[in-house]
Design a protein around this ligand. Structure first.
Ligand code: UD1
Length: 416
């Protein structure tokens, strides 16, 4: 088991290059199998991508990579059940269901893995598949999704789910006629999937809006896309800069994608400057407490809620966070309290009483963004903090050890 050791308290200086977005890349790679040969640029070097590569190999899809450029060739793709082991490797394993259903009208999978941050049902994915004419049945824990043919339909999502929107798109591109997805998710990661599918020959309109229209096609071929910069990785390092930076430069970003964060930081009085494709953040004194509610895009992203909590401990007064998306996304709090924070949780609300100072300690990562929150705390705690179960963080933060080392952090990843 790997353990992260951080010697905190040192000012963060220099620059950090943001990589391709995890949640975009993990959808684009499964989407690739809808075509023959595709190119995906700017793929992040994270363990979730390694997991997807294993699933591609299992499906007899070949891939080569030159650095962050992936060439995926699905000419010899075989439609096989996504095994329990593969399904559990990551949340995004479920995108193979939509893609295989679209291409073969038959897909088999198990309930996907991913962070344990709530019940995370996938009923809306199945609802969409069924509206396209598929039947979803169970064989033990396995889901079998099949259709004699997929027929375009109007699909009204009761919640603007990122996963369901993308999965339905993957199936609907090959459906006969027109599919309309209403209350579709507007996250930038959805838009990138649309661009990618259209580059293969799909006919999808309505990108960045809550209504997507898909005219089914009978063949997709070629295709290329570049993964967008990771807005959550960027947001995490911007928060790090506000907590303990000296003109920390966060480069290669699309600021519009994390405006909900920078708006809140400015409201707190944080010392940040936002440019066209980079942000400069410095340790900020006299931070004001604020209230944050997580929402779908363009609202405040749930994935930045936990990192933001670490910063809010530094504001003078009572800050409030309301987590509207996942019911169990406060697992970082007991550990932040152990490190000196004063946070109370009640249901979906956390009250952060500040200012408090972080002290080093031994803590455990329960999920990806909880891990990011603990790392942020450790960066400010003078002395050595040990963070266990760091595998969660490595799933989603590209080269985090190198990136933090480069900005002056003494950090090591060691075997326990
Ligand atoms: C994706 C992201 C995750 C992010 C989340 C919200 C990936 C791999 N993960 O997760 O990092 O936190 O978007 O921005 O891209 N829901 C249902 N039924 C469904 C699907 C979702 O009730 O069939 C509910 C969920 O329980 C949750 C909410 O919808 O309360 C959001 O889920 P969704 O947008 O689907 O998130 P994911 O795609 O799982």
């Amino acid at each position: 088991m790997e353990i992260l050791k951080i010697y905190g308290g040192k000012t963060l200086k220099g620059s950090i290059e943001i990589g391709g977005a995890k949640n975009s890349a993990v959808a684009l790679v499964p989407a690739a199998i809808l075509s023959d040969k595709v190119v995906i640029n700017n793929v992040p070097n994270i363990s979730d991508i390694e997991a997807l590569k294993k699933i591609l190999s299992y499906l007899n899809v070949s891939f080569e990579n030159e650095g962050d450029k992936f060439i995926i060739d699905s000419t010899n793709l075989e439609n096989k059940p996504i095994t329990l082991e593969h399904s559990k490797m990551l949340r995004a394993s479920y995108y193979f269901a939509g893609a295989l259903l679209g291409k073969y009208k038959h897909a088999e999978m198990y309930f996907p893995g991913g962070c344990v941050i709530g019940s995370r049902p996938i009923d809306l994915h199945f609802y969409g598949f069924e509206k396209l004419g598929a039947k979803v049945t169970n064989e033990g824990d396995k889901f079998i999704i099949e259709a004699s043919e997929l027929i375009g339909s109007e699909i009204n999502l009761k919640f603007a789910s990122v996963g369901a929107t993308i999965n339905i798109l993957l199936a609907a591109v090959y459906a006969k006629g027109k599919t309309i997805i209403k209350n579709a998710a507007k996250e930038p990661e959805v838009g990138t999937v649309i661009d990618f599918l259209n580059s293969m020959g799909a006919k999808i309109t309505g990108k960045d809006t809550s209504m997507l229209v898909i005219e089914g096609v009978s063949n997709l071929s070629g295709g290329n896309i570049s993964v967008i910069p990771d807005r959550i990785e960027a947001g995490t390092y911007i928060i790090a800069g506000v907590m303990n930076g000296d003109n920390l430069k966060i480069k290669n970003v699309i600021p519009e994608h994390f405006k909900a964060l920078t708006d809140k930081l400015l409201l707190m009085g944080a010392d940040i400057k936002v440019y066209d494709d980079y942000v400069v953040a410095s340790k900020s004194e006299n931070l004001k407490p604020i209230r944050i509610e997580t929402e779908v895009y363009p609202g405040f992203p749930t994935d930045l809620q936990q990192p933001m909590t670490s910063l809010l401990t530094m504001a003078s007064g009572k800050s409030i966070i309301v987590e509207n998306i996942y019911e169990n996304r406060f697992q970082n709090i007991p550990y932040l309290n152990k490190m000196g924070a004063n946070i109370e949780v009640s249901g979906r609300q956390a009250i952060i009483n500040g200012p408090t100072e972080f002290k080093p300690g031994e803590v455990i990562t329960t999920d990806l963004r909880a891990g990011a929150a603990l790392i942020l705390a450790a960066l400010c705690a003078p002395g050595e903090t040990k963070i266990k179960e760091v595998k969660h963080v490595l799933r989603g933060y590209e080269n985090i050890i190198n990136k933090l080392t480069k900005i002056g952090v003494k950090i090591t990843l060691e075997d326990e």
